[in-house]
Design a protein around this ligand. Structure first.
Ligand code: FPP
Length: 227
């Protein structure tokens, strides 16, 4: 029997339900996203008290470009504000930012801000990985193409070229707001991850909910294909 030893090193979250949170309250979607950013902020603050090495958040998918232009603008504006306002806190709290996905094709000012944020947080020890313009199938295709330039394409050589190659193996994948699907997020990395689908809308998800999720993870028996 292989167990998790109780401890999750790497947790990833599909932050779903901002729109429904707002709709339930008769508010515009942007307010839901704004509240969603506040939930992110509280979670990142709580990292200092949690025994996990890496938190990966799905902030903007390669499919999110299909949303109306004004919603995309709102999300990008929130991103800019979040980096500007919270970067000093990341540095103070020993957080190392990592970005996965095709983020270099975002707006040039966002790319500049992210590059600056990566440089400023490079020495941090707790990793906050943010998936931006991220699609897992695209990531795997990029990794396979890169692996092919160097030699035989194998599972190991693809894994070594994924955006997450330098992160700990994914232990726990959480999705909020009731949908039970992966939506092109960390498909490769989730091969042996535990999954947890919760009903809570993302803006209502608190650090306490993450602790509950980690307690749930600690009780699971992991076999990694063995018995
Ligand atoms: C899902 O809600 C959420 C997103 C599309 C993006 C998540 C973004 C944030 C939490 C804010 C930006 C993040 C950072 C790190 C600055 P939805 O709109 O799909 O909700 P719905 O399914 O209820 O409509």
């Amino acid at each position: 029997m292989t167990t998790s030893n109780g401890r999750a090193r790497h947790v990833a979250i599909i932050m779903d339900g901002n729109g429904r949170w707002a709709k339930q309250r008769g508010l515009p979607r942007v307010i839901g996203h704004r509240k969603g950013v506040e939930a992110v902020r509280e979670l990142v603050r709580s990292l200092a008290n949690l025994d996990i090495e890496c938190l990966t958040l799905y902030a903007f998918s390669s499919e999110n470009w299909k949303r109306p232009e004004d919603e995309i603008d709102d999300l990008m504006t929130l991103m800019r504000r979040f980096i500007r306002s919270d970067l000093p806190e990341f540095v103070a709290n020993d957080v190392r930012l990592k970005i996965i996905g095709d983020w270099r094709s975002l707006a040039p000012d966002i790319v500049d801000m992210l590059e600056d944020a990566l440089a400023q947080t490079a020495k941090g020890s707790r990793i906050l990985a943010v998936a931006l313009n991220y699609g897992s199938q695209q990531e795997i295709a990029r990794a396979a193409a890169a692996a092919a330039t160097k030699g035989p394409v194998t599972a190991d050589s693809i894994a070594a070229h994924l955006d997450t190659a330098d992160l700990p193996p994914l232990d726990l994948l959480i999705r909020t707001s009731g949908e039970v699907r992966l939506s092109n997020f960390l498909l490769w990395q989730a091969a042996y991850a535990e999954m947890l689908f919760v009903e809570t809308r993302w803006p209502d998800f608190t650090p306490r909910d993450l602790i509950t999720a980690l307690d749930n993870f600690a009780k699971r028996e992991r076999r990694f294909g063995g018995r």
